[in-house]
Write a protein that binds this ligand. Structure first.
Ligand SMILES: Nc1ncnc2c1ncn2[C@@H]1O[C@H](COP(=O)(O)OP(=O)(O)OP(=O)(O)O)[C@@H](O)[C@H]1O
Length: 384
């Protein structure tokens, strides 16, 4: 959808901001550009909507070389969100949001209806906020309006330059979450500039890590964190990249351990005998549908009755597909040695600290080998 071919930008004073850049952003993909100050991220982005013209090379948007497209028409297809949101101070939030549709000649009622819909989409109730003026909103709310305004004409491409930069870390995380939810619904092709590796990892389907004017690595967050392409990238992503990686690695069914199972309605003595013969100390207790009920220890099962009479409820669980970090968090919160992993209510298995570590190691190996995690055997983990 956006393609850079050997793009170089040299400013008149001789500064080479971007040097022979080639990469591609697929349709519906969110790519984050991350790197230290002055490495050329903003220059890269502003060349896409022709606010800056490259010195050499080509940029294609939707297969079209953008030098052949009138800049005004080009910018209508490209939403642009910047850190200083730049709302018109004397216009209401609704009118600010409707700016682009109005410029496009939409009828007032249609433009305003569209603006209301978008305010809703970014989590601002149009009835509450639509009639306010920018100074009557918090910084975070103004940034949401900036996003709504950029989406107003439904452009296929969105450029975002530090869109969540000007707010405190808590609001920032909220805005990121909202943005991800929204992006899952609208699936724009997004290029997002940030200098914050946490943000890049959290938001990007892929990340471009910049050195000076060049991309040092262009890959998924997991791969950048797991197998940095150079010492520079390793340093940039930080010594705690293992921890960061936990938050971008999803739990897969193949990661799980299968503990002994006891059924809710089976006689406790029978379950205890089975555990004893397997040398196990406890079992996960499931109901007749295979849904998680809780767990029971072998010592308690000696008391007679059914397993259900004696089982403990189990609240330490996470959904399959959740990040490993969430499982780790739940383990700590419940001071538990394992967490159950569920698909809906259905029990799939448990994640223990050892299994969690294995999953992380396997995902690093899988990224390095370019295969799925399931194809990496435990032996290769043990050898690693
Ligand atoms: N108009 C200009 N004339 C000369 N040099 C410029 C101009 N604009 C940017 N530069 C230089 O080009 C380089 C890249 O700048 P750019 O703004 O693209 O970096 P950035 O990665 O977005 O930085 P930041 O994170 O600080 O915004 C910098 O060295 C900058 O000083």
């Amino acid at each position: 959808m956006i393609r850079f071919e050997q793009v170089t930008k040299r400013y008149p004073d001789g500064t080479t901001a971007v040097d022979g850049l080639s990469f591609e952003v697929s349709e519906g993909e969110l790519v984050t550009l991350v790197g230290p100050s002055g490495c050329g991220k903003t220059t890269t982005m502003m060349m896409v909507n022709r606010l800056i013209e490259p010195t050499s090379g080509r940029i294609l948007v939707g297969g079209e070389d953008i030098v052949t497209v009138d800049p005004v028409l080009l910018r209508r297809r490209i939403g642009y969100v910047i850190q200083q949101v730049g709302l018109f101070p004397h216009r209401t939030i609704l009118d600010n949001t409707a700016t682009v549709p109005s410029l496009l000649g939409w009828k007032r009622a249609r433009a305003r209806a569209r603006a209301a819909e978008l305010l809703d989409l970014v989590g601002l109730d149009p009835h509450t906020y639509g009639a306010r003026y920018p100074h009557q909103l918090s910084g975070g709310q103004r940034q949401r309006v900036g996003v709504a305004r950029a989406l107003a004409a439904d452009p296929p491409v969105l450029l975002m330059d530090e869109p969540f930069g000007a707010v405190d870390p808590v609001v920032r995380e909220q805005l990121q979450d909202e943005f991800l939810r929204m992006q899952a619904a609208v699936r724009k092709t997004v290029l997002l500039v940030t200098h914050d590796i946490e943000e890049a990892v959290r938001l990007g389907d892929r990340i471009a890590v910049y050195g000076q004017g060049r991309i040092e690595q262009f890959d998924t967050p997991g791969a950048v964190l797991g197998t940095p392409a150079s010492p520079y990238v390793a340093e940039f992503v930080g010594a705690d990249r293992g921890l960061k990686r936990l938050s971008v690695t999803a739990i897969e069914p193949g990661d799980l351990e299968q503990p002994p199972i006891a059924r809710l309605y089976e006689p406790a003595g029978q379950a205890a005998d089975r555990l004893r013969s397997q040398g196990a100390r406890w079992a996960v207790v499931l109901d007749t549908h295979g849904d998680l009920h809780g767990w029971a220890g072998i010592d308690e099962l000696g008391a007679g009755g059914t397993v259900g009479d004696l089982a403990h409820r189990m609240n330490a669980w996470v959904p399959v597909g959740a990040p490993l970090k969430q499982a780790f968090g739940v383990m700590l919160q419940h001071d538990a040695g394992w967490v159950a992993v569920l698909d809906g209510a259905r029990f799939l298995g448990v994640l223990t600290p050892t299994k969690l570590h294995e999953a992380l190691r396997r995902s690093v190996d899988a990224d390095a080998l370019g295969v799925s995690r399931g194809q990496v055997t435990f032996d290769s983990v043990a050898d690693a």
